[in-house]
Design a protein around this ligand. Structure first.
Ligand SMILES: C[S@@+](CC[C@H](N)C(=O)[O-])C[C@H]1O[C@@H](n2cnc3c(N)ncnc32)[C@H](O)[C@@H]1O
Length: 271
């Protein structure tokens, strides 16, 4: 792998930066809410103890550590543009790399599993990243990509959510993110010559008395949303009140996971 200094991306500054005071909360909230879904999908693959895995945009590292536990005779490379939230101490077969994955390259055929979650939607080069990640797979290796698909804000049954979600989606678009790109993932994997393409969805929850995972997301985005005049303090206070209402349950987004296999052989097995 060639190391380059990190480029400026939406994650290297501003609202999505790890400098943002609530970024750790946001990453942990993602893990709490989506890890069971992700590990369920990964468990459906024929993971072998000897596999080499690449975790792209590893965040706070829960999936990288999970993979390191599942592949004790292999290794896991966890790469992130900013690795400060990755705990290095827990696994000898876990290698942490700080790099911008739009600028890094790995040798073709290097990994039995490449996984990315909530990453490519933020990158301008998202389509190209699928092609590159597919090249990094060993013959028979699996690419698993999981990205959010935001439902149209104006279809929420809650006028306040319509306003807040519309503002949130606007802000993400301004940062170059595409929150609808995930819909094309299965087709994109197939176009990149992956076989056995399959996909699944995980419904997000807003409200639902304690099931909400949006408070950390909104808390982090709030300063930018307020500064741009997209929402008001009154909206945020109203949202906090709404969260206490047992009848406040909404589905703002779906996480679409899609996976496919590089043809030609089987990945490493320790047997
Ligand atoms: C929304 S977080 C998701 C974290 C983790 N994948 C998860 O689902 O728990 C996106 C992560 O991708 C990282 N990231 C963003 N752009 C990146 C890039 N160009 N290269 C490497 N990592 C990047 C961010 O630093 C952040 O940790």
């Amino acid at each position: 792998m060639t190391l380059h200094p990190a480029a400026t991306t939406p994650y290297s500054n501003g609202m999505l930066s790890n400098d943002a005071p609530h970024e750790r909360d946001r990453l942990e909230s993602i893990q709490r809410n989506v890890d069971a879904f992700t590990t369920g999908i990964l468990d459906g693959l024929p993971i072998d103890a000897s596999w080499n895995c690449l975790e792209l945009g590893a965040g706070a590292g829960s999936i990288a550590h999970w993979l390191a536990g599942r592949c004790p005779d292999g290794r896991v490379v966890a790469v992130d543009i900013d690795t400060r939230h990755l705990d290095t101490g827990r696994a000898a077969n876990l290698e942490i790399q700080e790099a911008d994955i739009t600028r890094e390259d790995y040798a073709p055929g290097n990994f039995d599993l490449v996984h990315a979650r909530y990453l490519f939607c933020h990158l301008q080069e998202r389509d190209d990243m699928i092609a590159r990640a597919a090249r990094w797979l060993s013959p028979g290796g699996w690419l698993v990509v999981e990205e959010p698909y935001h439902l149209p804000a104006d279809t929420s049954p809650f006028p306040l959510v319509q306003r807040i979600l519309d503002a949130y989606q606007h802000l993400y678009r301004e940062h170059g993110a595409d929150m609808t790109w995930a819909r094309g993932l299965p087709a994109l994997l197939a176009r990149n010559a992956l076989t056995d393409v399959a996909f699944a969805g995980n419904l997000g929850c807003m409200g639902g008395l304690g099931k909400d995972r949006w408070l950390p997301l909104l808390t982090q985005a709030a300063p930018a949303l307020l500064a741009d005049g997209l929402i008001t303090e009154a909206d945020l206070n109203e949202f906090a009140t709404l969260l206490k209402d047992p009848a406040f349950i909404d589905i703002p987004q779906v996480t679409i996971s899609a996976w496919g296999r590089r043809p030609g052989g089987t990945p490493n097995t320790s047997a």
